[in-house]
Design a protein around this ligand. Structure first.
Ligand code: PA5
Length: 455
């Protein structure tokens, strides 16, 4: 497969994909297993894999655009409360794309995910109910971080303007029927948008969860959806054996996971850092599981940024244990053109850069790093979009979602659940004194005390 090149998508949403370095050989029957996983995924589009249908759901797209258009003009800023799959995707898109300039539709959108009291205090400082819309997103409607934050911000809005301010100043995005946030939204009478119950949290970026904040930031939601749609439609024509980038990548990672316990998504561009965070949640939470035969599977994802992490992670990747596989992600632009002046008079070494574009130097650093990793025998992929715009970001979302779901099927785990995170939540409820969780609280305390005891 080395050297294999493939593409999916259309226009600036076209992803090109190249396989480099040393991957394990394909085991017998890999092509047939991959094909079967893809068929299962496509068959599940009406159920657990319904994220596949989102890019072509015009009714949902219109509901989001109408809700964004209905936001009163006085709200020039937006604070989004949400965590995990309820925040990472929108943040990834907004940080990846340049702000569209000062138009009515382009608002300053910020996110509060963590319950770190220092971050909450900073956000409270920044938040002004007169000009800041509060968008609260939780699919379950029950997430401790988000509801705790909501209590604080809702109180701030109520104090400033009473029930009318709450009604106008809050938009809730949650399950259509269930959960505390749905009930709260009903009682305050604020606007709501639905999260389709069948779409898993970390696969929900192309629902209102991701699209509404993206629309409020003035970005082109329709283009993002079309970019994703191109990648998904290409699945029907994935080839045999499949060469569609997402399918081929899932097969490669399945082949490599026993040897490569770590997967690095190494993006060249600071704007792609949040996309890396989104991907890490998707890959870790979807695949890190115990299979029916009792084998624990998964790969620890790391996001790296080039060229910065050439001065950090690269040493480990080159000479540390051979347990990493790497995906390099690049975009062809748009980059500002910055010509380096001739500073040879300062020092002859400076001549190397004279007259070159900064992007050219940046590219040489990336290519040098990839070449070194290939020579070191590391397994490498190169994923490239011609231009970092809404279509490309949508295509990247679809690519990684498809790849993750398929990798889950190939590994033999259910990629859409997260049973391992429930116990910690139960203990936290017990520690907070929730009725019915008294035993959990006692058990959590006992576990931590026994762990801390001197031997
Ligand atoms: O993928 C998931 O389901 C989770 O990571 C959730 O997105 C995260 O826990 C937040 O959940 P909720 O949207 O219910 O607040």
């Amino acid at each position: 497969m080395r050297g294999q090149a493939a593409t999916a998508g259309e226009g600036s949403g076209t992803l090109s994909f190249r396989v480099l370095g040393s991957w394990p050989d394909a085991p017998d029957g890999e092509a047939a297993r991959t094909r079967a996983a893809l068929e299962r995924l496509l068959a599940d589009a009406g159920g657990p894999a319904s994220f596949l249908r989102l890019p072509s759901d015009r009714a949902a797209e219109e509901a989001v655009l109408a809700a964004a258009a209905a936001v009163p003009a006085r709200f020039r800023r937006v604070l989004v409360l949400g965590i995990g799959g309820s925040a990472l995707g929108a943040r990834a898109a907004i940080e990846a794309l340049p702000a569209p300039g000062p138009t009515r539709a382009a608002r300053d959108v910020r996110f509060l995910a963590n319950l770190d009291p220092a971050s909450v205090a900073d956000a409270l400082e920044w938040f002004h109910p007169d000009d800041t819309l509060l968008v609260v997103i939780t699919k379950s409607g029950a997430t401790v971080e988000t509801l705790t934050q909501f209590a604080l911000f809702a109180e701030r809005i109520r104090t400033a303007g009473g029930a009318a301010a709450l009604r106008e100043g809050v938009v809730a995005i949650t399950d259509p029927e269930r959960g505390a946030l749905r009930r709260i939204a009903g009682s305050i009478g604020c606007r709501t948008l639905d999260v389709p119950p069948e779409v898993g949290g970390r696969f929900s970026v192309l629902t209102a969860v991701g699209l509404f904040p993206v629309a409020l930031a003035g970005l082109d939601v329709a283009r993002m959806l079309r970019g994703a749609d191109g990648v998904i439609r290409a699945l029907r024509d994935a080839g045999d054996p499949p060469t569609h980038p997402a399918v081929a990548s899932a097969a490669l990672h399945h082949r490599a996971w026993e040897r490569s316990a770590v997967r690095v998504l190494w993006a060249y561009g600071d704007r792609l850092a949040a996309l890396g965070d989104w991907f890490c949640q998707l890959w870790a939470e979807s695949l890190g599981k115990v299979r029916a035969d009792g084998v624990a599977v998964g790969q620890a994802p790391i996001r790296a940024i080039g060229s910065t992490d050439q001065h950090s992670l690269l040493q480990l990747a080159m000479q540390g244990p051979a347990n990493l596989c790497l995906t390099f992600l690049t975009a062809g632009g748009p980059w500002p053109s910055l010509r380096v002046p001739d500073a040879g008079a300062l020092d002859p070494e400076m001549r190397e850069f004279a007259g070159r574009d900064v992007g050219e130097v940046f590219e040489a650093l990336r290519m040098g790093t990839m070449a070194a990793l290939v020579r070191a025998g590391r397994p490498l992929l190169h994923l490239h979009v011609p231009r970092l715009d809404e279509a490309a970001v949508g295509a990247l979302f679809a690519h990684f979602e498809v790849e993750t779901a398929l990798a889950g099927f190939l590994l033999g785990v259910h990629p859409f659940d997260q049973p391992g995170v429930e116990e910690g939540k139960r203990f936290a409820h017990g520690l907070l004194g929730r009725e019915g969780h008294e035993r959990d609280g006692r058990e959590a305390r006992a576990l931590l005390e026994s762990e801390g005891r001197a031997e």
